[in-house]
Every structure is written in structure tokens, then in C-alpha cells.
Design a binder for this molecule. Structure first.
Ligand SMILES: CC(C)(COP(=O)(O)OP(=O)(O)OC[C@H]1O[C@@H](n2cnc3c(N)ncnc32)[C@H](O)[C@@H]1OP(=O)(O)O)[C@@H](O)C(=O)NCCC(=O)NCCS
Length: 156
């Protein structure tokens, strides 16, 4: 039976594995870059999980974790979209094990993030979607924004 639970610090390695698997599935990064990112990510994550700046949810099939998602709270200046609030949410690290896809697991994980955002009066939630994830986010009302990026550093 599938169950969903909030992530704890004990899930830091699992979340790191899912992040790596997500980027691996998206393609474009070498194993060396994925390994380097994973080694830096886990120690970055632990204090944020502990302090509540990063919330995560894990779906398990019995004892086996099979999907997860993260929601990071970003310090953000008041904006016309939220003239009083000083935070935005960033959804990240969405990964579903291949055998469990197309059953609505990702959708229900994203909905947990949306619910948490509403609970905290967060007006803007953003993310960078993979090609696979994009239709799902669009069906939940996400729109492409006008954000621009300058990438000065080539990946190591
Ligand atoms: C993208 C991903 C998270 C989707 O997980 P999932 O549990 O299969 O998604 P859901 O079952 O909730 O999908 C709901 C809807 O999303 C869309 N969708 C999901 N996978 C899709 C795909 N491969 N191609 C096109 N649309 C897709 C469909 O609209 C689907 O509804 P439908 O099955 O009724 O047509 C999963 O494929 C995955 O982990 N991929 C690798 C990592 C990744 O890309 N992560 C997302 C980063 S933004």
C-alpha cells in the first residue's frame, strides 16, 4: 500500500538520490557532475530540512520509498504579486520511480506543495520543469514566466 509522509533529516540521503536520479533522467549532465552535485547537495540540505526552510514529502510502497518532492521557502522582497509577503516557494526534486509513473503520484505530491503554499499565504510558487514534468505542471495551472538567466559558468 502506498503512503505519503513528511521528510525528516533521516531522508537527506534519499532526497539526494532522488535529486540525482531526476537530473539523470533529464539528461545533459555527466556522472561526474551529478556526483559532485550530490556530494554538495546533501550537506546543504540537512540544515534546511532541520530548520524547516525545505519541506519534503516521500511516497513509500511499504518500506520502499518510490517518489518524493521538495518545497523550498525563498526569502523574496515584497512584489506587486505579493505586496506584503516576503517569501516565495520553489518546488524541486520531483522524482517518481519508473515502475510507479502515470498513476498520479507526482500530481498528488505537487498538490501537497500547493496546499502548503496556500496554508502559508505564499502567492508565488515556481520551479524549473523537465520536458516530462511540464504537461503536469501546466495542467495544474503553472504558466511559463519571463525569467531570464545568464549562465556564466560552464558545468564542471
Ligand atoms: C515527470 C514525473 C515526475 C511524472 O510522474 P508521474 O507520477 O508519472 O506523474 P503523474 O502520474 O502524476 O502524471 C500526471 C499527468 O502528467 C502528465 N505526464 C506525466 N508523465 C508524462 C510524460 N512522460 N509525457 C507527457 N505527459 C506526462 C500527464 O498529463 C499525466 O496525466 P495522464 O497520465 O492522466 O495523462 C516522472 O515521470 C519522473 O520522475 N520523471 C523523471 C524526473 C523528472 O522529470 N522530474 C520532474 C522534474 S520537473
Amino acid at each position: 500500500m502506498l503512503e505519503t509522509r513528511p521528510a525528516t533529516i533521516a531522508d537527506a540521503s534519499l532526497i539526494t538520490r532522488h535529486r540525482r536520479a531526476m537530473f539523470h533522467a533529464m539528461g545533459g549532465a555527466t556522472s561526474e557532475t551529478l556526483d559532485l552535485m550530490s556530494r554538495s547537495f546533501e550537506p546543504w540540505l540537512i540544515p534546511r530540512l532541520a530548520g524547516g526552510r525545505y519541506l519534503g514529502w516521500i511516497k513509500c510502497d511499504g518500506a520502499q520509498p518510490i517518489a518524493s518532492i521538495g518545497l523550498l521557502f525563498l526569502d523574496w522582497p515584497p512584489h506587486t504579486l505579493h505586496p506584503v509577503e516576503t517569501e516565495r516557494g520553489y518546488i524541486l526534486n520531483l522524482f517518481v520511480e519508473p515502475d510507479y509513473r502515470r498513476r498520479g503520484l507526482a500530481r498528488s505530491l505537487i498538490e501537497l506543495c500547493l496546499e502548503e503554499g496556500r496554508r502559508r499565504d505564499i502567492a508565488v510558487l515556481s520551479l524549473h520543469a523537465s520536458a516530462e514534468g511540464r504537461p503536469l505542471y501546466e495542467s495544474l495551472g503553472f504558466q511559463v514566466s519571463n525569467e531570464m538567466q545568464l549562465r556564466n559558468q560552464p558545468p564542471r
